[in-house]
Ligand binder design. Structure first.
Ligand code: CMC
Length: 436
């Protein structure tokens, strides 16, 4: 970051002396006012619940311009990455800062591929779960448990440990998600097949059985790969900030990523794709497209508590570029599988059309986000709805690790410790039980 020529001056109407605060430029995007010394200078904190105006860190990984609807990983537009690169190339980019050349790609792919198996004990750990457990409950447990299996990569301050933990996490997440699925349906786990691509191997572990040969469909493989690429990183969102905060205490990388998985589960974040598909299914049961108007009235009624899931974003106020790419993939997959007339897709299109024309959504700049279409694609592929968020977690793991590693390598890194505006009781004395 670069110190700007101008300063910000904070003045107070009660006569307290004003303070000058340094301003910094990033390479692109809004400047920041540096308030690190504010408390020492004034005895005051800033107040920003929800981080609406607060840059919690500096980062060189992902840039979003919410007004333009632009998403860049290390400077490259998401549209170009989703079209010209595969997920492992994107992982290399996010982790090391550059797209790999042919040799680097071969080396990175082979390093990831060598770690796709998980410790055999993991199966017995899984067995402790109920068969109907939510996959995200299982994933939170399994990812945290990795730290109990890989003791040689738990020191977050050691760059070699961080590197091997990164490769292990990227390699093993598909195996764990597929195991969580196989466990809930009572099928045997399928070991990874290292001759397949990252996405192809995941599809194989999900849908193959030992009874017959499973051939990966290249259209579905490409769609899966695109889902991974589109979800790989997204700046300082809730789960990434959780990973950073958790990792800032010096905990091991597996524990920090498990915290990210837990945060992602919520319906306002990664759980939105599941919530979106459940919403579409509910409208379908109510009568489908003919009930869209009625449903929209509920969404617009503040007292109903109903939101149009898959719509709206804290940062994108024009459109979500991932949603456009996902809509394209959605059409390809439905055509490949002969599902062009899929009623849920038609319903989604009807909802989108109305929402894009309705003043409620237009005035609040609410547009479809990536989750609006990713659920339809995943359902068409045969992925059960409760697994959607686990797949998001699989894809986001590389982003979480890249951000965690960036934080640990940052000379300005400190344990994260937000402060508060206390509004509870002032000091008082405990009365004996008999007189309370
Ligand atoms: N349906 C109906 N109204 C909405 C919606 C929606 N999906 N989203 C926002 N609004 C309204 C909200 O009621 C408020 O109206 P008013 O100004 O009259 O009070 C206004 O729009 C601003 O909403 P907000 O809740 O203050 O905005 P936020 O930035 O805090 O929330 C959000 C962003 C994504 C949590 C929210 O838009 C939402 O709940 N969307 C549905 C869930 C969803 O699809 N989440 C996935 C996000 S993308 C994937 C990811 O990155 O995790």
């Amino acid at each position: 970051m670069k110190l700007a020529d101008n300063k910000a001056t904070l003045s107070f109407s009660n006569g307290s002396p004003s303070v000058d605060l340094p301003v910094y430029h990033g390479s692109v995007g809004p400047d920041v006012v540096d308030i690190r010394k504010l408390y020492a200078q004034t005895g005051m904190f800033t107040y920003d619940p929800g981080f609406l105006s607060t840059a919690a860190t500096q980062s060189a990984i992902t840039y979003i311009d919410g007004d333009k609807g632009e998403l860049l990983y290390r400077g490259y537009p998401i549209e170009q990455l989703a079209t010209n690169c595969d997920f492992l190339e994107t992982c290399h980019l996010l982790l090391y800062g550059e797209l790999p050349n042919t040799d680097q790609k071969k080396d990175f792919t082979s390093r990831v591929t060598n770690h796709t198996m998980v410790n055999e004990q993991m199966q017995f750990f899984l067995r402790g779960f109920r068969r109907d457990a939510h996959p995200m409950a299982i994933m939170t447990g399994l990812v945290g448990a990795l730290s109990a299996f890989y003791h040689d990569s738990t020191d977050i301050t050691n760059p070699e440990h961080r590197e091997i933990a990164a490769i292990r996490l990227i390699a093993k997440m598909p195996t764990l998600v597929a195991m969580a699925y196989k466990y809930t349906v009572g099928q045997p786990y399928m070991y990874p097949q290292n001759n397949l691509s990252y996405a192809g191997n995941f599809l194989h572990m999900m849908f193959a059985t030992p009874c017959e040969k499973y051939v990966v469909n290249p259209v579905i493989e490409r769609a899966m790969d695109r889902i991974f690429t589109l979800h790989a990183d997204h700046e300082q969102n809730a789960s990434t900030s959780t990973v950073r905060l958790c990792g800032s205490s010096g905990t091991n990388p597996f524990a920090a990523i498990a915290a990210g998985v837990a945060c992602l589960w919520g319906p306002a974040h990664g759980g939105a794709n599941e919530a979106c598909l459940n919403m579409l299914e509910d409208i379908q049961k109510m009568g489908g497209v003919s009930k869209v108007g009625e449903f929209m009235e509920k969404v617009k009624d503040k007292n109903s508590g109903v939101r149009l899931m898959g719509f709206g974003h804290r940062v994108y106020k024009n459109y979500d570029p991932r949603a456009k790419l996902m809509q394209e993939t959605c059409r390809e997959v439905l055509t490949e599988l002969g599902l062009q007339n899929d009623p849920l897709f038609k319903l989604a299109m009807a909802l989108e059309k109305i929402a894009l024309e309705d003043d409620y959504f237009v005035s609040r700049k609410l547009y479809p986000n990536v989750d609006f279409y990713s659920g339809i694609v995943q359902r068409a592929i045969g992925i059960p709805v409760p697994l959607f968020t686990a797949i998001f977690a699989l894809a986001r793991t590389v982003g979480w690790i890249a951000q965690l590693n960036e934080m640990i390598g940052d000379p300005e890194y400190k344990i994260g410790r937000p402060r508060q505006l206390f509004s509870g009781s002032v000091k008082r004395d405990v009365k004996p039980l008999a007189v309370r």
